[in-house]
Design a protein around this ligand. Sequence first.
Ligand SMILES: [Zn+2]
Length: 104
Amino acid sequence: MAGLALLIWLVLIIAAVILTAVIGTRWLARLLQEIDFWPEPSPGPAGPPTCPGCSYSLYYATDRRCPECGRHFDVKEVDMRLAEWDGNILRPREPQNMDQQARS
Ligand SMILES: [Zn+2]
């Protein structure tokens, strides 16, 4: 009889531990999302366009191919904030906004 009671207690304790772990994990994950504990990585300051494969500068690259390692690149996967693709060559972006501000 004592053995059965001990077994029931053991099952209840194990069930309580599992339930607490599952509920606690979900609650903790929701809390961490709410307080933005793991925020989205920010793009950071603009830098020159670099090869996703070898980080070589892609300024004046033609054929959308890295001049260093030969990797084909897509302008969508390159930081284009300081560069523009004119259809043939990746060149530094003209500072048009600064020009317009100086004129007005
Ligand atoms: Zn490369």
